[in-house]
Write a protein that binds this ligand. Structure first.
Ligand code: NAP
Length: 253
């Protein structure tokens, strides 16, 4: 049995992506810190798609050691798709930012994503039909004021994943690596980024997508031969495109 692993599946884009992949008959491995929310997801999937197996794993992936033990716990399963979606933002000037939150963001958005991508590629790059989808942001291609450090983490996600896609393609590997770059999407993202308990998108954010729409864009990216699925921050149109960063090919010899 093949599984789709989704990090950050307890809310927002990850939660809706789990439902969307389950609708395709894909078995799901959902990971996040909140066990109750993962159980809700499992219940929701099992009631609509009883044939789909849902495995929930609680882990704080901003703690380096947990990332390896989480990956080890996947050993009994055949993985087809790995979606590194867990991540959060922060809105502040660099001088004012809370460094403990920032260090946790760097570990989750960059370190955990890099370790999990590398281990998945090492084990599965030659398995037909496998995909790695890393969730970046429009802020992974354009720097947004008051979110400089968050954008830095997402520039990393975009550059790393595009580079990996180029590397896999030049090796002739079976695995595809892809980047999803959402713009504003109605999730718990704003709450966590602004450190508030509630946030109403309607009336506050001029334009945004719903998490369900973003999950559909992720499926469109999954189905396509393109490397990047990106939302235009002005028109809010979604497009599937080739890698956007310049890439210099070098011989290994
Ligand atoms: P969200 O609703 O806050 O979801 C974030 C998910 O990540 C949750 O399931 C959360 O679960 C999980 N997570 C957070 N910290 C974690 C940790 N330490 N260990 C394990 N899981 C953790 O926000 P979202 O918008 O869906 O975010 C998904 C991705 O989209 C992120 O990478 C974000 O940067 C990106 N993105 C979002 C937007 C937007 O406007 N919403 C725009 C561009 C990009 P727990 O709290 O249960 O751990």
């Amino acid at each position: 049995m093949n599984y789709t692993v989704i990090t950050g599946a307890s809310s927002g884009i990850g939660y809706e992506a789990a439902l969307a992949f389950a609708a395709r008959g894909k078995n799901i491995i959902a990971v996040a810190r909140r066990e109750d929310k993962l159980n809700e997801l499992k219940k929701a999937i099992s009631s609509i798609y009883p044939e789909v197996d849902v495995v929930t794993i609680t882990a704080d992936l901003s703690i380096s050691g947990n990332v390896y033990s989480f990956y080890d716990s996947l050993k009994p399963y055949e993985i087809e798709t790995f979606i590194n979606n867990a991540g959060f933002g922060n809105f502040d000037s660099v001088a004012d930012q809370n460094l403990s939150k920032i260090q946790s963001m760097l570990r989750l958005n960059i370190e955990s994503l890099t370790v999990l991508s590398s281990l998945f590629v090492r084990d599965y790059e030659n398995v037909a039909g496998t995909q790695l989808i890393n969730v970046s942001s429009g802020g992974g291609y354009t720097i947004v004021a008051d979110a400089v450090t968050y954008c830095g983490t997402k520039f990393y996600v975009s550059a790393f994943t595009e580079g990996l896609a180029q590397e896999l393609s030049s090796k002739g590997a079976h695995m595809k690596a892809k980047v999803l770059a959402p713009a504003a999407t109605e999730t718990e993202f704003a709450q966590r980024s602004f450190d508030v308990n509630e946030f109403e998108y309607n009336g506050t954010v001029p334009q945004y997508h719903t998490a369900k729409e973003m999950a559909q864009f992720m499926l469109d990216l999954y189905d396509s031969d393109k490397v990047v699925g990106i939302v235009n921050g002005e028109t809010y149109e979604f497009s599937l495109v080739d890698p956007l960063y310049p890439y210099a090919k070098r011989s290994r010899k």
